[in-house]
Design a protein around this ligand. Structure first.
Ligand SMILES: Nc1ncnc2c1ncn2[C@@H]1O[C@H](COP(=O)(O)OP(=O)(O)O)[C@@H](O)[C@H]1O
Ligand SMILES: [Mg+2]
Length: 380
């Protein structure tokens, strides 16, 4: 099982510029967490602080009883070995082929024989879908492959915690979904604790067990995915819908006058961009068929059901609706309202599939959330 990471009151500044302050959260062992935040909110600084590459001013980051903020150099070095890090650009050595790149940490940090190294490297290349690409140079492969190679390298020392910085940067939406699938597949196989920082909404909506958001130098929220996905908090809502309408502005944040002026503009009909507000909580992506069930997901279910009564109503309802009838019986919980869940909406209002990519008008009118008053149940 992956390690738990307990962060308390963590604060980081550079000179007089505070990046974020009083960040408190726990990454539950073996669960997948995503930290959202607009560009420049200090997501990369957060990851670097967690592995001691940057030194926070205050607070704790405790892993297996070691606070990496104030431990000795030796302890830090030892604790760092628990981490696998996938940096934004893959951070591969350009002059080394994939094999040598992936073998690098093993040659640096272990006394393993080349035979043993070979076994491990080929296994990780296989695990990340790169079997047969071992002789390629980073410059000869696609961005998606470079990221997977970076992940393979992050895996060779059997990490308990995997940190990922903006896995979607430079990737198209389909490749982003593939790499997301890979994270869940790897999680299912090694049960490591994951923290992925990103500003990708799709990934945030469908991948993690837990979701957090950094904004205005603070952790706005961190908790089970259902909490943020149903949150009415303006900044969370704006971000998850990718709209201009809200506290987040062009460079970082807006003052109240700007928010009011823009509000008027959007109310007068100007399109605020982004997607229409999505109803309910989309289903979470699952490991590929044939892989083990995620132990982190099983533990999470019990964990979340214990704190269910403390969560906001909408999150509670979303969580209850995501349980099977059998699980609802086992936990003794039942849906309280008739608000359709994401699945029910899709089920009662099936999106027709057409080979030509063209939908007859009658069926377009039946698409969920097209806002026509004559729609049946489930429409809003
Ligand atoms: N080593 C550093 N020295 C000084 N300022 C830094 C350093 N690293 C990052 N920053 C500043 O910290 C802020 C957050 O950066 P970063 O973590 O890269 O944001 P994000 O990853 O969320 O886009 C930025 O204003 C950046 O300029
Ligand atoms: Mg960054």
């Amino acid at each position: 099982m992956g390690a738990e990471v307990v962060i308390e009151g963590l604060t980081k500044s550079f000179g007089r510029q505070t990046i974020w302050r009083d960040v408190t959260l726990t990454l539950p062992p073996g669960e997948v967490s995503v930290m959202l935040g607009p560009s420049g909110t200090g997501k990369s600084v957060f990851l670097k602080s967690m592995i001691g590459l940057l030194k926070p001013d205050r607070g704790k980051c405790v892993i297996n009883g070691v606070d990496i903020v104030r431990c000795s150099e030796h302890k830090l070095y030892e604790t760092r070995k628990l981490f696998g890090v996938l940096f934004q650009d893959g951070a591969l050595f350009g002059s080394m082929n994939l094999y040598d790149n992936v073998a690098f940490p093993l040659r640096e940090h272990t006394k393993k024989s080349e035979t043993e190294i070979r076994r491990i490297v080929l296994e990780k290349l296989e695990m990340t879908g790169l079997a047969g690409a071992d002789k390629k140079l980073p410059g000869e492969i696609s961005g998606g492959m470079r990221k997977r190679a970076g992940l393979a390298r992050a895996l060779v020392l059997d990490p308990e915690i995997i940190l990922v910085d903006e896995p979607d940067s430079g990737l198209d939406p389909v490749r982003t979904t593939y790499i997301s699938q890979l994270f869940l597949d790897v999680n299912a196989q090694i049960d490591a604790t994951f923290l992925i920082v990103t500003h990708n909404i799709n990934l945030a909506r469908t991948v993690p067990d837990n979701l957090g958001m950094l904004f205005r130098k603070e952790l706005v929220m961190f908790g089970p995915r259902e909490v943020l996905l149903t949150s009415e908090e303006p900044v969370v809502k704006q971000f998850l819908n990718g709209r201009m309408d809200g506290p987040i502005g062009m460079s970082e944040e807006k003052d109240s006058a700007t928010i009011a002026a823009e509000r008027a503009m959007f109310e007068a009909g100007h399109h605020a961009g982004g997607v229409e507000e999505v109803v309910g909580i989309p289903p979470q992506m699952q490991p590929a068929p044939g892989l083990p069930t995620r132990q982190g997901a099983i533990r999470r279910k019990d964990r979340v059901m214990k704190i269910l009564h403390k969560l906001p109503d909408a999150a509670q309802e979303g969580i209850i609706a995501s349980l099977s009838p059998e699980e609802q019986r086992r936990y003794g919980v039942y849906p309280r309202t008739t608000t359709p869940t994401w699945e029910q909406t899709v089920e009662t209002q099936p999106v027709p599939s057409h080979h030509q990519g063209q939908l007859p008008t009658g069926e377009v009118a039946r698409l969920p959330r097209s806002g026509r008053p004559e729609q049946g149940p489930g429409a809003r």
